[in-house]
Design a protein around this ligand. Structure first.
Ligand code: SAH
Length: 397
């Protein structure tokens, strides 16, 4: 049991003059350079109370000396951070989702800061659960979190996917382990009437990209029996399978991950879709070799090219290249559905890239829809860091 709640342990962080403004506007982070001094330093990390320069109490959260994000706010009250605290937060987050879609069994239960649980992600795949911790504060309560997942969801299987590099920025080690299992590491789940085989041990990130669920279903709107569809960076086939479900004539999915392609093929077999082909290939090479203007719909869902602010310039070039080349492969008056999941690339910049891509490819584009993550990945308006996925659907003339 973590004893950081007793008053003698709680650290007191005092901000420099005027540095409380962001916190007062609803942001949840304090950066190390904004701290004036800390009273009652009992550890390099743990529960701390945050005060303005003028000694006004602002909230309680987690301090981490090793991280640039030195403090993450978790509550505006002086309350104990313990099993019951997390129980309430997790149950609340789950209830919010159940209220919107009571029948869904596959969704993100907790989306970190946006659910006021900084650094905690919990994904539910029916009775299989994966979770990921990316803050020292939550790591201190790992046992409580696991017990709660067990209590609230009674899952057959729990996996800890703590292998994301951002943990290192917090001074945490990388690890992945199955915490509870009834034997099988594979599970078949149904999302919007399509069957998927998921393997949380092998899957990227928390096991599966749940953030695109609604956008995948949305493409059905544009598909008809004559559609020729190209799904670039297809992973386990989500967009392709939705196009197949709607009866597209011909679908090609491309991804460089052998494991992802193998599972995409199994997914399409499981659903008895016959007109889908999945190819293991680098998308850049594919786009260099392909030159037929034959597609009605292209989906472009690359990984983040700008992992940090520093490589935004090369990322810009990468997005420009794939969007330009994809536009060239579309028939007249067809559809491009294009995404960027890089937080560092703003919506405005992304639009600039799309405009340039159109000019470079000699085609005209018109935006007909825009999208973000699915409902279970909420955004905090006062915290731009919680925005990452941006999508646009375009008419390509
Ligand atoms: N559209 C997918 C998610 C894509 S995630 C879905 O709906 O689930 C990004 C994908 O890009 C990953 O599957 C990764 O394996 C793949 N990838 C990364 N770099 C690539 C490259 N150069 N060529 C092809 N695929 C790539």
């Amino acid at each position: 049991m973590y004893e950081g709640n007793s008053t003698e342990y709680i650290m007191k962080i005092f901000l420099k003059k005027n540095e409380e403004r962001r916190i007062l506007s609803g942001h949840l982070w304090v950066f190390s350079n904004e701290i004036d001094y800390i009273d009652n330093v009992t550890s390099d990390y743990g529960i701390a109370d945050l005060y303005s320069y003028g000694k006004r109490f602002l909230g309680r959260g987690f301090y981490n000396k090793k991280s640039l994000i030195a403090f993450r706010l978790i509550t505006y009250k002086k309350e104990d951070i313990d099993f019951n605290f997390f129980k309430k937060r997790i149950v609340d987050a789950n209830n919010r989702r159940i209220k919107v879609f009571p029948d869904k069994k596959v969704y993100r239960v907790v989306n970190a800061e946006s659910d006021f649980l900084p650094g905690l992600i919990i994904d539910r795949f029916d009775d299989y659960i994966s979770f990921q911790i990316s803050s020292v504060g939550i790591e201190l309560f790992k046992k409580e979190i696991i017990d709660l997942i067990d209590l609230v969801f009674s899952p057959k299987y729990i996996i800890e996917k703590n292998n994301i590099p951002s943990r290192e920025l917090e001074g945490l080690t990388l690890s992945q382990s199955v915490i509870k299992s009834s034997g099988e590491s594979e599970k078949t789940v149904i999302i919007d009437d399509i069957k998927y085989i998921i393997n949380l041990e092998e899957g990227q990130k928390t096991g599966f990209y749940l953030d695109q669920n609604e956008n995948r279903k949305e493409i059905r709107k544009y598909v008809n029996k004559d559609s020729i569809v190209l799904d670039l960076f297809c992973y386990e086939g989500g967009f392709s399978l939705n196009a197949a479900h709607k009866g597209a004539k011909e679908i090609t999915g491309i991804d460089s991950s052998e494991k992802a392609i193998k599972r995409a093929i199994r997914n399409s077999e499981l659903n008895n879709f016959r007109n889908v082909e999945f190819i293991e290939k680098d998308v850049f090479s594919f786009l260099n070799e392909e030159n037929q203007q034959k597609y009605d719909i292209i989906i472009l869902d690359p990984p983040s090219f700008a992992k940090t602010k520093k490589n935004i310039k090369t990322a810009f070039e990468g997005y420009l290249e794939i969007n330009t080349k994809a536009i060239k492969l579309l028939k007249r008056n067809s559809i491009l559905i294009t995404f960027s999941c890089s937080h560092h690339l703003t919506e405005e910049k992304f639009l600039t890239i799309l405009g340039k891509s159109a000019r470079k490819s000699g085609r005209d584009i018109k935006i007909i829809a825009s999208s973000k993550c699915s409902y279970d990945h909420p955004i905090l308006p006062q915290m731009p860091e919680t925005i990452y996925l941006k999508g646009f659907t375009l008419f390509v003339v």
